[in-house]
Design a protein around this ligand. Structure first.
Ligand code: ARG
Length: 425
């Protein structure tokens, strides 16, 4: 009887079509003696994805696949984040961070379906994305090995190009850009090159979705976003499916330069880095959502929710999307959204986006209570008694502290109190 030949390893690679993941195909095949399936997950990045698949096959991939995950991305990742007003460090809408777990999940599911034994990604060893990919795969499919060629090989850009030529790879010869860009429907991230100097203003060439400042309209524009239970469903009264709605917001807000973010960010691996983003749709939607919540949620819930929102944002950033805590926080957030229904008017102008009007059938604004005009039903005469009781504990505490300070001062100046020893000479 002949011995069965050991089955070759099969690796599913998260493939973007760029230089790193193109070089990764023959590199994995060689170093890991593996067949490589290239997988591109469409989360709304621009560029010619099907052409990239052909190149993957020509560069030695056994198979190349494209999975459209745009709706899932918006409905199951971006919108729950919007309901949590998710902004890492109060400023970054987490566009890259939200897409990574979905790409990792799709990668793991594809590997399992194909009977592959490993997955691979093109992340470096210095960023957050390796953490997000690895943790997600280890969580969802612990039996899969994770290969990260860029983390393992010691090649710079020139070495990679030389490797590509030596292996007769078809790579798209793009004019050399010093910037690393990551893009999806929730935003665009640009890092590297001159941006690494936090004291240098981002050059205009790094921006793509927000036009040149000279193209920003001189006149402000208003736009109405309609929400149902914390989910945006229409723009200016026109109902749109989730992907179209996000695209529309990116376009409308981007035209006015809204959503440029320049941030010194704290990475999971412990380093600070200067990051630049364009997230026009996400910034405008979070602004609108927060304005509507302020109208319909009571003060204590708003305050408590903001701490949940913050924790949620940190978890997403830190690669813990697939965690019991993130799921529990999402459930809490969702439970607050039943009344987050209504319209918010945004004013877009030269890079700024402000909520200027809002209405909801669940508004907690009561004209009868708040008005200074006629018809007020607020019982002002009760205010005196309320204020008296409200201020009573503070009045008492203040008196006690004053008495204690007086006693300490008297003790310090009395003769039998220990005196500080003064050194002479
Ligand atoms: N710093 C951002 C994050 O951790 C973006 C990282 C990816 N960006 C890139 N240009 N490759 O979410």
């Amino acid at each position: 009887m002949t011995q069965p030949t050991p089955t070759k390893s099969h690796v599913v690679l998260a493939y973007s079509g760029g230089l790193d993941t193109s070089v990764a195909i023959p590199w994995i095949a060689e170093k890991h003696d593996a067949a490589v399936t290239a997988l591109t997950v469409d989360v709304g990045q621009q560029g010619e994805l099907t052409g990239a698949l052909d190149r993957a096959r020509e560069n030695g991939a056994r198979d190349a696949r494209l999975i459209d995950a745009k709706s899932t991305f918006v409905e199951e990742y971006c919108f729950p984040a919007l309901q949590a007003n998710a902004l890492y460090e109060g400023i970054y809408p987490l566009s890259t961070a939200l897409a990574r777990p979905l790409i990792a999940k799709t990668l793991a599911e594809t590997a399992m379906a194909l009977g592959a034994d490993a997955v691979a990604h093109g992340c470096t060893g210095k960023g957050n994305d390796q953490v997000r990919f690895d943790v997600a795969v280890h969580t969802l499919a612990p039996e899969l090995r994770v290969i990260a060629p860029v983390r393992e090989w010691n090649m710079n850009r020139e070495d990679e190009i030389a490797y590509a030529h030596a292996h007769h790879l078809k790579i798209r010869v793009t004019p050399e850009s010093p910037y690393s860009v990551d893009e999806n429907l929730w935003g665009r991230s640009i890092e590297g090159g001159r941006l690494e100097d936090a004291n240098v203003a981002a050059p205009e060439v790094v921006f793509d979705w927000t036009g040149h400042p000279e193209s920003w309209p001189a006149e402000p524009e208003t736009l109405v976003v309609t929400f149902e239970r914390g989910i945006p469903v229409a723009v200016d009264g026109v109902r749109l499916d989730p992907v179209e709605l996000v695209r529309t917001m990116n376009r409308r807000a981007g035209q006015h330069g809204v959503g440029r973010i320049d941030h010194v960010e704290d990475r999971v691996v412990g380093i600070k880095s200067r990051e630049t983003y364009e997230c026009p749709g996400a910034v405008a939607l979070v602004t609108a959502h927060q304005a509507l919540e302020a109208l319909v949620l009571p003060r204590d819930l708003l305050q408590f929710k903001s701490s949940v929102d913050r924790r949620f944002s940190d978890l997403v950033y830190e690669g813990l999307w697939f965690s019991p805590l993130r799921e529990a926080l999402t459930a809490f957030v969702r439970s607050t959204q039943e009344v987050v229904t209504g319209d918010v008017t945004l004013r877009l102008h030269k890079g700024s986006c402000r909520a200027v009007a809002r209405r909801s059938e669940y508004s907690l604004l009561s004209h009868e209570l708040a008005t200074y005009g006629t018809g007020s039903r607020f019982p002002q005469e009760l205010a005196v008694g309320f204020i008296h009781l409200y201020g009573l504990p503070n009045q008492l505490a203040h008196a006690r502290v004053a008495a204690a300070r007086a006693a300490h001062a008297a003790a310090a100046s009395s003769t039998d109190a220990p005196r500080p020893v003064l050194r002479t000479a």
